[in-house]
Design a protein around this ligand. Structure first.
Ligand code: T4K
Length: 389
């Protein structure tokens, strides 16, 4: 590995790439491989592989304790968990949601035959702007799905007041926000319910996985029925449902990783601090800050590129890719500019100036337990060399 890049040895200028192997944004954290293999061996001995097995139950119990929430309903992934939660909350008609999010948030609404109405974001936090939500309410609006983007809490208090005033349901896509607090309350207990993702690329992964969390007993019961075809006991279907069950092998990975969650957060935090220190000193770059008085998981290193940097966001990303640093332009171009939403709601573009601006200036950089400080210093030296080029 080459430790520092100068302008002349950048790969875009014909130099050798800084890294021999690609550095990924979503490289999985794996707490303890031997422990995982042991648990899989025991699972095979038990011959209980799915359908609310003992590992899923343990995962739900431990997560509920971590989040201080009454119910955790583990599911096969975050997208199905969103779909089930949206149905269980009784959302219909139109639902207000940010466009600046992973497309699964919008798809989960659209997939239920509901119209996602895209509201603009606050350009500083990248989360929903409550004033834009208020403007988007129509007689067909049934609810709001806020997103805690990058693990930064959405403006939960303002959204709670607004939704209570207007008789709307409120839920949150908390895919990025495991281990995060707001006002010293853990994300997981806000709104009617919140939905997490434990995809391989999330800082705590279950291979694939998700969960809906709530303090509402009836809602939890409905979601449990929905995730298992509506079965209540053998041969007794009491509710429409689907297959949203988390397999035991996924829960095993979640349990192993829960044992190491503090190590993952510590690695993310260290990485974040090195990036922030090295990049914030370059004019035109801003590393998205987190609220240090709260609990954070530090899992996304989000850099905004402004004019003074002198090199465009897309040229920086191309230069990083040439060095084998597979930085991402999440969540470009915004859901409203992706199919099917671009054709369904062509007017949305004019209503989302902050979304368009932020989507055009963000780069997400590799972090997680597989990244070393030396790797990060090299990645940052690419930015410095580009400025000098
Ligand atoms: N809501 C929000 C706000 C979300 O961010 C997400 C998911 C969801 C809802 C839905 O939750 P899930 O249904 O996924 O549980 C990825 C993930 O697939 C997606 O889970 C995640 N958000 C999103 C932010 O990122 P891609 O298509 O950009 O990632 P992908 O597959 O290209 O992976 C990123 C990099 O990670 C790759 O370059 C390679 C590396 N990688 C990936 C996997 C899967 C590995 O090194 N090992 C691996 O096993 O969407």
């Amino acid at each position: 590995m080459i430790t520092k890049r100068q302008a002349s040895d950048l790969a875009i200028n014909g130099g050798r790439p800084a890294f021999g192997e690609p550095l990924h944004v979503g490289r999985p954290n794996i707490g303890d491989k031997q422990q995982y293999l042991r648990m899989i061996g025991e699972m095979l001995e038990r011959r209980w592989l799915s359908n609310n097995g003992p590992l899923v139950q343990e995962f739900e119990t431990r997560l509920a304790r971590l989040l201080g929430v009454k119910h955790v309903v583990a599911m096969c992934n975050g997208t199905i968990a969103l779909e089930i939660a949206i149905r269980a909350c009784g959302l219909t008609g139109e639902v207000i949601v940010p466009s600046y999010t992973f497309v699964a948030t919008a798809h989960a609404i659209h997939w239920q035959g509901i119209t996602p109405v895209f509201a603009d974001i606050d350009p500083v936090t990248h989360c929903l702007d409550p004033a834009a939500v208020r403007r988007a309410i129509t007689p067909r609006t049934s609810g709001v799905v806020g997103v805690h983007l990058w693990g930064q809490p959405a403006p939960v208090e303002a959204l709670e007041v607004l939704c209570a005033d207007r008789g709307l349901k409120l839920m949150f896509d908390a895919a990025h926000a495991l281990g995060v607090s707001r006002g010293n309350r853990m994300i997981g207990g806000f709104g009617s319910c919140e939905v997490f993702s434990f995809h391989a690329t999330k800082f705590l992964n279950c291979l694939e996985g998700g969960a809906a969390t709530t303090n509402d007993d009836a809602l939890a019961e409905t979601m449990r029925l929905m995730r298992n075809f509506g079965f209540k006991g053998y041969d007794n279907v009491v509710h429409p449902g689907t297959n949203g069950k988390m397999p035991e092998a996924c829960a095993a990975m979640g349990l192993v990783n829960l044992d190491h969650i503090d190590d993952f957060i510590a690695a993310n935090r260290r990485n974040y601090q090195v990036y922030a220190e090295l990049l914030n000193e370059l004019p035109g770059l801003r590393v998205l800050p987190f609220e240090v008085a709260e609990r954070n998981n530090w899992q996304y290193v989000v850099v905004e590129v402004g004019e003074p940097f002198g090199v465009s966001r897309d040229d920086i990303v191309s230069a990083l890719h040439a060095e084998n640093v597979l930085a991402r332009r999440y969540f470009w171009p915004g859901c409203h500019r992706m199919q099917p939403y671009r054709d369904l709601y062509p007017w949305a573009d004019t209503l989302l100036p902050n979304t368009n601006a932020v989507a055009g200036r963000v780069i997400v950089l590799p972090t997680g337990s597989t990244m070393s400080v030396a790797d990060i210093e090299t990645v940052c030296s690419v930015f410095r060399a580009l400025r000098a080029a």
